[in-house]
Design a protein around this ligand. Structure first.
Ligand code: SAH
Length: 271
């Protein structure tokens, strides 16, 4: 591996359908110094055939991690970048692949960063994109924007490979830096916020899904540290706790995020 930052970049294939494409992805990863692959419910997986197409890639193939749910494949990642050929209706943090590259590598200093690729026939679902902090697009002829899965992976990996060279040296961090929030911590934060907002009837005439999507986009763009994500989660929990203390008993308590999970950081200290 030529660069240690690249060793924290995880390629995630969500429900890939074609084994030739999986092999092509692995080949492009090998070309560009990436080694960590996670696959979520591939239609087929055959080590022998894959290594027949992507020669000398046994190390990556054997180390590939298999998942049944995308959320599990992303749980430990501190930055999750989806990929898409075209912008969708919902608000997202869109950016060109080249613009994302330095930020992806900056994230890779702190922990695993996921690059998520969608299935060949319909790309990433809206729910999958909801789990992404941002969405990288490869610029193309607008009339023909959809790249082959393996080719899309190659272009993204190439951008990272080039950018890795340019991003040597550590940026200074504050003494109290708590590290970037993981995807799991981000999801806990969104759940707690949603739970709190629901209790104050914030969603009254609005769709919770669209409102939460805007909060997701906003807070993902902020790239919160663990302590910051914990503080936003605490905001959601405290709304609920306050109402529990001050309103007559009898309300439902099984809404999302009603109880803080163990170890949510940041709810005691705001600085
Ligand atoms: N028909 C699908 C395209 C799927 S292509 C659609 O319209 O969304 C398979 C995957 O390759 C996509 O999910 C995405 O991860 C990646 N991809 C293809 N073209 C891309 C592009 N121009 N920019 C970024 N990713 C792209």
């Amino acid at each position: 591996m030529p660069d240690s930052l690249l060793s924290n970049v995880v390629v995630v294939l969500d429900e890939p359908q074609n084994l030739v494409n999986i092999a092509g992805v692995i080949r492009s990863m090998k070309n560009m110094g990436l080694a960590r692959l996670r696959v979520v419910n591939p239609t087929e997986w055959d080590t022998w055939r894959i290594t027949g197409i992507a020669h000398r890639s046994e190390d990556v193939v054997e180390a590939t991690e298999h998942f049944e749910r995308l959320e599990d494949a992303l749980a430990d990642c501190i930055l999750v970048i989806g990929t898409s050929a075209r912008p969708r209706t919902a608000p997202r943090n869109y950016g060109w692949a080249r613009q994302w590259a330095p930020q992806i590598l900056e994230g890779a200093r702190a922990g695993p960063v996921a690059l998520v690729f969608g299935r060949e026939d319909r790309g990433l679902s809206n729910e999958a994109l909801d789990r992404c902090d941002g969405v990288a697009m490869i610029p193309t002829d607008p009339e023909y924007s959809s790249l082959n899965l393996a080719q899309a992976c190659l272009v993204l990996a190439y951008e990272l490979f080039l950018a890795a060279d340019a991003s040597e040296g550590d940026l200074p961090r504050g003494k109290r830096y708590t590290g970037s929030a993981t995807r799991d911590e981000m999801e806990q934060m969104f759940q707690a916020l949603e739970g709190g907002l629901a209790r104050i009837d914030f969603f009254n005439a609005r769709s919770p899904e669209s409102v939460m999507r805007i909060f997701r986009t906003l807070l993902s763009r902020a790239e919160p540290e663990r302590q910051e994500a914990g503080l936003v989660a605490a905001l959601g929990f405290e709304i609920q706790n306050y109402l529990d203390r001050h309103l007559p008993k009898g309300g439902s308590s099984d809404r999302p995020g009603d109880k803080p999970p163990d170890g949510v950081p940041g709810d005691t200290e705001a600085t």
